[in-house]
Design a binder for this molecule. Structure first.
Ligand code: SF4
Length: 205
């Protein structure tokens, strides 16, 4: 138990002091908890998240937690039960439209933290949020969102057998979310999340 506690606090220290990616504009932000059966994976924090000290703390978070509320999960409950990981833990800076997408070297640099969290928590379910996060779980990254959002998948990740249920990025810039097909896929995905046994148990649904 003591080892587990120190392993977890070492992880947080390494994560919070990491400065491996020179192009990142912000410092690491985390949504880690010491014990979790579910992990979510976002893309990277936005410009406001460092100030709030947690992922999905601003407008995209409002949409994301609005989705979870539809299936009976409040934001506070989600944050207390789900280890909120991300492909990259620092704000990447702005692009012409929206936030800059982390580059492959940054994704690789940051993957050690996700790997630790998967090996440490051995989650039963992972919810990747947005294409970059979904890509980390797909063998073939040439797919349309409607081909995966609404589905339930299984695979081994870092030696752990997991189920995974993808969601699109909740950013207001993601127009797909507002199309008929997007809305239907999101609703299907939320139902799949709600009905997953670990979600039923963790949130007493
Ligand atoms: S994005 Fe990840 S690997 Fe890169 S500096 Fe931030 S915490 Fe470190």
């Amino acid at each position: 138990m003591k080892n587990r506690k120190s392993e977890y606090s070492n992880h947080l220290n390494r994560l919070l002091s990491c400065r491996k990616c020179p192009q990142m504009q912000g410092n690491p932000v985390h949504g880690c908890i010491p014990s979790a059966r579910v992990i979510s994976i976002g893309q990277a924090p936005g410009i406001h998240e460092e100030r709030f000290g947690k992922p999905f703390a601003y407008t995209a978070g409002k949409t994301l937690f609005g989705w979870f509320k539809r299936i009976g999960i409040e934001e506070e409950a989600f944050r207390s039960k789900v280890n909120m990981s991300a492909v990259c833990r620092c704000f990447p800076g702005k692009a012409k439209s929206g936030d800059r997408k982390p580059n492959p070297a940054e994704v690789k640099n940051c993957s050690e933290f996700l790997e630790f969290e998967v090996r440490f928590h051995k989650p039963e379910l992972i919810v990747p949020i947005g294409k970059l996060a979904i890509d980390q779980l797909m063998e073939n990254t040439k797919y349309k969102l409607e081909d995966v959002v609404g589905g339930v998948f299984s695979r081994e990740l870092y030696g752990v057998l997991i189920d995974w249920i993808p969601l699109p990025h909740p950013s207001g810039l993601n127009v797909w979310n507002h199309t008929d097909i997007g809305k239907a896929c999101i609703q299907r995905a939320l139902e799949k999340i709600k009905n997953h046994p670990v979600i039923q148990e963790e949130f007493s649904l």
